[in-house]
Design a protein around this ligand. Sequence first.
Ligand SMILES: Nc1nc2c(ncn2[C@@H]2O[C@H](COP(=O)(O)OP(=O)(O)OP(=O)(O)O)[C@@H](O)[C@H]2O)c(=O)[nH]1
Ligand SMILES: [Mg+2]
Length: 418
Amino acid sequence: MEKAILVGLETPESTNFKEAMAELKNLAIACDVEVLSTITQKLSGPTASHYVGTGKVDEIKQAITTLDANLVIFDDELSPSHIRNLEKALETKVIDRTILILDIFARRAKTKEAMLQVELAQCQYMLPRVIGLYSSLSRQKSGTGSKGPGETKLELDRRILKDRAHHLKEELKELVTIRRIQREKRKKDEVFTVALCGYTNSGKSTMLNKILESSIQNTEKYVFEKNMLFATLETATRNILLPNNHQFLVTDTVGFISKLPHHLVEAFKSTLEEITEASLILHIIDASNPEYRSQLEVVDEVLQKLGVHNIPMIYVFNKNDLLTNSIDSDKQPQISVSALNGMGMNELVDLIDKTLYSKTHHVKMILPYDKGHIYGVLRENSHIKATNYESDGIHIEAELSDHYLNLYQSYVINNNMQ
Ligand SMILES: Nc1nc2c(ncn2[C@@H]2O[C@H](COP(=O)(O)OP(=O)(O)OP(=O)(O)O)[C@@H](O)[C@H]2O)c(=O)[nH]1
Ligand SMILES: [Mg+2]
């Protein structure tokens, strides 16, 4: 079993440093690593050579000997040269948060698509680091015009990784096409889709299972839910038919975490596209977690990076059975539920139904010219019937859903006109 020392650097940019270190510990445990101790340092930023100061490096080295550790895990993604310098100084394997997350994903991946995506992310993470690892070797060996064995090995390793990444991308492309075709069919059939997004372990899968109970066509399979980081790696879509005959699809997605590795987001893009094309996003928040506010921000940031704009979103504060205080957040629209005991779930399903099937409003509005971007939003998300450019702004006649009516109420001059 691997026995590790965790290392974290607290800089002025660090937010929730303590919680990030606690999360790192959970990530390590999820990889079956025993955590012996945590060493931290406060600095204005990482040092160029060893990420932490040289005095700290000595302290870590001392701890490795005293505690008999065989692994050091840093909370931030280390550069190739940091890893090289640290491994040399500490004479121990050094990894970072990114590798841990990639490792957990690799353990959890079950479908072919998830396995390909994780391996692609791993290849892409390794590529520049192989260069780092061997560049010291090749420098030692390099005489004029000579090719040392290190360098040859480096070239070989890089080529293998590059070929593998290329192969994985090709295989993924085929799967992505199948997924696209499915999505386009749904769009053509005008089926509403609801995507469940949120921090890992917030209760997304439990929520999907609970929503399934509202369906009168209760033949769909339940999805896997468990108290562990990244229980869900593959998206699962289920059909819901309400007693009023309204119908929609709900998709469970992979959870997010702070400092989600960039390569992982890239590799999972095809899976995450399900979110960017949803009719409605339910942002599930574990309100019983003391860090729920920062987790919520992390998820909102990742969604933005994925290119999620102008999709209606409901903030669903989950696990309210564990709360003693009421929720303190100004995010709107919001609802408080327990996916475990069903509290608030009827209201949530009603809200989903209303948001998807809300009637449209025929409105006349005037957009000042400095709010021209809103015109773009409306053109994409509603039906614009007439546009006139006047001296006081853009005069628009449009069909707006409740959501957009609420959002742009201040520009509406005439609602439900005939
Ligand atoms: N007390 C309580 N526990 C809940 C609630 N909803 C979910 N849980 C628990 O939270 C844990 C995680 O639930 P999941 O549904 O697997 O969470 P997830 O968001 O799908 O997690 P990942 O797939 O790992 O990202 C499980 O142990 C659930 O039983 C709730 O409303 N109240
Ligand atoms: Mg899940």
